[in-house]
Design a protein around this ligand. Structure first.
Ligand code: MTE
Ligand code: MO
Length: 383
């Protein structure tokens, strides 16, 4: 593994691990703009950043359970209709540090910023698969139980020096409405090296781990990908399971993200003067479910006020509205009056009426994934 050729990075990023490079922006960066700037977007890697320098020869090998394998070049991808999908990407380990505080967990520590919202430009995977003779999913077609596996160029130690990989069901991959992309742009610019240049997968509504960067090959397979990150990681276990009694085969790989929110306008602990305080942050859910409501409490969760939500500045957000971006976060905001030191809490409700769980202890799991417990910040009021 060689970390001498890593790309330059923004000095404001908080580095959680250096090699492989894992870093997140300060909380405040997430609420400064609806679309997260590329250089401030969290970076989550399992090995050195690969270098692709011959873009003319770069191609994705498509094979497996298909009649004719295909070499997909960048010009082939660019010939397909281009879609711009605004989608929030969130690492399953977002907010892991807080989970670690109740009982130790294994994994890179993250505050609340292992999440970002970007406009991804590229071809739909459903169009790519149609090129090789796999029909799009419609009410009359059946994609069966097959899976589509994405294999990367990068090498990581969890795969014993092999490439990072993951899979999604063929039914999702061939469904144009699922908006799974082979993306070559992020926020209107060519993807940069950190985020998967020249081509990455974006699986909206699903934990970040399935959005494979630096795509090298696509395989149509009969069963789920057997790679480490599908079978020995990114699975949700109950609090009773620990390293001495874990049986990985009893659980499915985590796919959809549950409802999440966090306050980003305040650090924990934040010193303030008594009076009006703006509480703002993000809320997002998986599977294309919108955000129905965000509640904020200034008394540790006894009483609540509803925050206002938006996706586009000045336009109130309504879940399932035709103009809303179903894969993208909403930002919320409410101004509250804080007379004395207290705990400010946020919790979101999604369009299926799922609510964030109150206590982190109840969802504690040994890998520290999916900490979606109520987000709390302490404010210390001085005069
Ligand atoms: N793809 C490859 N090839 N290698 C990786 O290490 N990390 C995954 C995913 N895709 C990873 C990958 C994880 S766990 C997450 S959360 C996202 O990429 C992070 O994407 P980002 O670095 O663009 O924010
Ligand atoms: Mo992740």
């Amino acid at each position: 593994s060689d970390y001498s050729l890593e790309p330059p990075r923004h000095p404001c990023l908080k580095i959680n691990a250096k090699e492989p490079f894992n870093a997140e922006p300060p909380r405040s960066a997430l609420v400064s703009s609806y679309v997260t700037p590329v250089d401030l977007f969290y970076k989550r890697n399992h090995g050195p950043i690969p270098i692709v320098d011959d873009i003319e020869r770069y191609c994705v090998d498509i094979s497996g359970l298909i009649e004719t394998p295909k070499m997909l070049y960048m010009r082939d991808v660019r010939m397909l209709p281009k879609y711009n999908v605004t989608a929030t990407l969130q690492c399953a380990g977002n907010r892991r540090t807080a989970m670690s505080k109740t009982r130790n967990v294994r994994g890179v520590g993250w505050d609340v910023s292992a999440i970002g919202n970007a406009v991804w430009g590229g071809a739909k995977l459903a169009d790519v698969l149609e090129l090789i003779g796999i029909p799009k999913l419609t009410s009359s077609t059946q994609s069966g139980g097959k899976h589509v596996e994405f294999v990367s160029i990068d090498k990581c130690k969890e795969e014993n020096g092999g490439p990072y990989k993951a899979s999604i069901p063929l039914s999702q991959a061939t469904n144009p409405v699922a908006d799974v992309l082979l993306a070559y742009e992020m926020n209107g610019e060519p993807l940069n090296r950190d985020h998967g240049y020249p081509l990455r997968v974006i699986v909206p509504g699903v934990i970040g781990a399935r959005s494979v960067k630096w795509l090298d090959s696509i395989n149509i397979i009969a069963e789920e990908c057997q790679g480490f990150f599908m079978q020995k990681d990114y699975k949700m276990f109950p609090p009773s399971v620990d390293w001495d009694n874990i049986n990985w085969s009893t659980r499915k790989p985590q796919m959809d993200f549950p409802v999440q929110s966090a306050i980003c306008s305040l650090e924990d602990v934040q010193s303030i003067k008594p009076g009006k305080v703006k509480v703002s942050g993000y809320a997002a859910s998986g599977g294309g479910r919108g955000i129905e409501r965000v509640d904020v409490s200034i008394d540790g969760g006894k009483t609540w006020v509803e925050a206002s939500r938006f996706q586009k500045t000045g336009i109130p957000y309504i879940a399932d509205d035709i103009t809303s971006d179903k894969w993208a976060w909403v930002l919320f905001e409410v101004t509250v009056d804080i007379p004395h030191s207290t705990e400010i809490v946020a919790k979101a409700v999604d369009s299926a009426a799922n609510v964030q769980p109150e206590k982190v202890q109840d969802i504690w799991n040994l890998r520290g994934i999916l900490n979606t417990s109520w987000h709390r910040v302490h404010v210390r009021v001085g005069h």
